[in-house]
Design a protein around this ligand. Structure first.
Ligand code: HEM
Ligand code: NAG
Ligand code: NAG
Ligand code: NAG
Length: 650
């Protein structure tokens, strides 16, 4: 009898919850109907945390259950569906479709015209910043703000990305890439060793580059130049040095904090502090230590700038120094609070951190993915090497020159390789937008006017639109003898799943795009806001339509570090391929000695096995945790002096 009351309460509660669920779903369904956008209904909000946690366990069963397995919502409800299904989901459901759920309605689009409208209507389609809220670890910043707050941040965070700073990025990338290559090939340059995860090294490289360009702190490469007495005297950091007052080295706290960022974001401080786990304790320590380092750098820059009354050009070269100098904090009557249009100290730290977060994995992964693709496509690699030879004419790296050498890299095969890598594997697969708080919005979808109902989540699907055959030059899919189509479901009848940088170069019909008056208005407004709208290169190359190529997003909230990242990536590729080639490791099938004895045909066979396996991993083993990268398994790679390759099949 005693159980009756709890039982009744439980039943009542369940009934109430079910009612809420059903009525919300019904209201959302009515919204979808009046919108005019094609929709499907899903029983769960796919970004619900509980669902995201359970989905990997449930999916395999749901995919087998009759009545459920064929439901379209199942295809678009896994956490990483846009990457798993690629363009396939849009081929089935349309380039723009809505998912009706018991929480929000969500629009997903792989339609360039739609993406272009949304990225250029900043007030109508703001970022759903609740998604980013927790990134305020060290202070409010440009990524986590919206509206007038965002404008204030953007005004101060955009100007530091100057050509001068890009010079620094170029110089430091050449220096760090040389060290990375030295690690791979040894100080004697003999090479030959197979490396299991070059991604770790690319991460180190990008971290070192951001440290230099962001804070003007050089980091030394463990085992390569970290015994450089001169550099250490000049203030360079190495993993071995723990300065007075610190418990962790500069480099280690920075990298540990970034690599355990999810833990630091999710776990409350008491849990990290008291839970008996070294992993958590170290994450916590790294978080605090990095905060301390940033504060010290801030203070020393602030003092130097103050002393020189803001005229010290060296201190303004890096991103943090430039932010301090235009923050208003150097004014004599400045307080610590943001004054009108300026930034506060904590906001400068917040932005410095968010630059690292935004620029670290994204750029590193792009370098790694380009190396994967080049190892799988030796013919392209050889053409790249020839082009690099033409550009640098054998000059030593110390004589490479930003003003002279960057543009030819940009406008040639190197640029096309970077573009194509980011087309096939965009680090940010979905760019979130919304009309939360901005009310019903008109939108043109498929040439027809529709309504985006109030409070809709919107996903701009970079990985989808960048393989939509409507917008991209394409040829037939790979032939069966050569392995067949690259993906089992997406773009089966064309080559858009394949890595083919030539598609950026071979467009005989390319003609300059006319700017419409709307475009011009949007551009002027954007430029006033410090958004870089300059096209990357001359228009003799293939230029995708607006909204079709969005690895850096587009419009007002486009990436601040686009040029920074491009300079870093191109410089790094140039250093590597000026002297070395990258090849797939074949150790799983044959060791060095066996390969040595093989004839041409046998070698090709073993290489093909390695290529098939690498392709499989790029296809099936990537996943998103903040950014997209290989999550399962490794793609072993080896570096060979040019001319000493084992698998250079054209
Ligand atoms: C290949 C490398 C990179 C890629 C693919 C990339 C991509 C993106 C994308 C897609 C966005 C929009 C995100 C969103 O709307 O949710 C973004 C924003 C941003 N990125 Fe990058 N990024 C890269 C490198 C960098 C670097 C190196 C930096 C800085 C050093 C940087 C700083 C930023 C910042 C500050 C924003 C926020 C801009 C705003 O909201 O106004 N990014 N990036
Ligand atoms: C980059 O390196 C060149 C040559 O070593 C040097 O002249 C130039 O001042 C450097 N630029 C920056 C911004 O560090
Ligand atoms: C690969 O990465 C792991 C984890 O970051 C690291 O422990 C390991 O030493 C790396 N392996 C190589 C060969 O660099
Ligand atoms: C790379 O993409 C950008 C952006 O669409 C374009 O302007 C540029 O011409 C492309 N570069 C090459 C070499 O195709």
């Amino acid at each position: 009898m005693k159980l009756i009351i709890p039982l009744l309460l439980f039943v009542a509660y369940t009934a109430y919850k079910t009612y809420l669920y059903a009525s919300k779903l019904y209201r959302n369904l009515l919204d979808a109907r009046r919108s005019g956008i094609p929709y499907i209904v899903a029983p769960v909000w796919p970004i619900n945390r509980l669902w995201l946690a359970l989905e990997p366990l449930l999916m395999p069963y749901l995919r087998k259950m009759p009545f459920i397995r064929d439901k379209p919502w199942l295809m678009v409800s896994s956490g990483d569906w846009i990457w798993q299904e690629r363009y396939g989901a849009f081929e089935k459901l349309g380039d723009t479709f809505m998912i009706v759920t018991p929480r929000y309605n969500a629009i997903y689009t792989a339609e360039a015209e739609v993406i272009n409208q949304i990225t250029t209507r900043r007030n109508d389609f703001p970022k759903p910043i609740q998604v980013y809220g927790t990134l305020d670890l060290y202070g409010k910043n440009v990524v986590t703000s919206e509206g007038s707050e965002w404008r204030r941040h953007r005004k101060i965070t955009s100007p530091p990305f100057t050509e001068k700073n890009n010079h620094l990025v170029w110089n430091e990338s050449l220096y760090q890439a040389s060290n990375m290559v030295t690690q791979w090939v040894g100080k004697d340059g003999k090479a030959g060793k197979t490396w299991d995860n070059i991604s770790t090294d690319a991460m180190r490289l990008s971290l070192h580059v951001i440290s230099r360009a962001g804070f003007n702190v050089r980091c030394l490469w463990p085992g390569v130049d970290d015994d450089d007495e001169q550099a250490l005297k000049e203030g360079a950091m190495s993993t071995a040095i723990i300065p007075e007052g610190h418990e962790m080295s500069y480099v280690e706290s920075m990298s540990t904090m970034l690599h355990r960022i999810i833990v630091v974001l999710i776990c409350p401080d008491w849990l990290m502090k008291y839970f008996p786990s070294d992993f958590l304790k170290k994450a916590r320590l790294a978080y605090f230590e990095w905060g301390r380092y940033m504060k010290e750098i801030y203070q020393s820059k602030f003092d130097a700038l103050k002393k020189s009354a803001g005229t010290n050009a060296d201190e303004k070269l890096d991103l943090m120094g430039a932010m301090i100098s235009s923050s208003g904090l150097l004014d004599d009557d400045a307080t610590k609070a943001p004054t009108g249009s300026g930034l506060s100290e904590s906001e400068i730290l917040g932005n410095s951190f968010v630059f690292m977060l935004a620029g670290h994995e994204t750029a590193a992964n792009t370098i790694t993915h380009a190396l994967y693709f080049l190892a799988m496509n030796p013919g392209t690699q050889q053409r790249l090497q020839k082009e690099i030879d033409d550009i640098f004419g054998g000059r030593p790296i110390s004589e490479w020159n930003y003003d002279r050498d960057l543009n030819p890299l940009f406008g040639g095969l190197a640029g096309a390789i970077m573009n194509e890598t980011l087309r096939v594997i965009p680090p940010v697969v979905i760019i979130p937008k919304s009309n939360f708080k901005s009310g019903d919005q008109k939108l043109t979808v498929g040439g027809k006017e529709v309504i985006v109902p109030d409070n809709t989540y919107i996903g701009l699907c970079a990985a989808g639109v960048q393989r939509n055959p409507k917008y991209w030059p394409h040829g037939p899919a790979r032939s069966a003898e050569d392995g067949g189509p690259m993906h089992p479901k997406s773009n089966l009848d064309n080559d858009l799943e394949e890595f083919k940088p030539e598609r950026w170069l071979l467009d005989p019909n390319a003609k300059p795009l006319e700017e419409t008056s709307d475009d011009e208005k949007a551009r002027k407004e954007a430029e006033a806001m410090g958004v870089n709208t300059a096209p990357d290169t001359a228009n003799t190359l293939f230029r995708p339509p607006k909204g079709a190529y969005v690895p850096f997003s587009e419009g007002y909230r486009a990436c601040l570090g686009r040029r920074f990242a491009q300079v870093e990536i191109l410089a790094t590729l140039a250093v590597i391929f000026s002297q070395y080639s990258v090849e797939l490791g074949v150790e799983d099938w044959a060791d060095d000695e066996e390969v040595e004895k093989m004839g041409e045909k046998e070698r090709k066979d073993v290489w093909l096995k390695a290529r098939t396996e690498a392709e499989r991993k790029v296809r099936d083993c990537m996943g998103t945790i903040i950014t997209l990268q290989l999550r399962k398994g490794k793609i072993p790679m080896r570096f060979a002096k040019r001319g000493e390759e084992k698998f250079m099949f054209a």
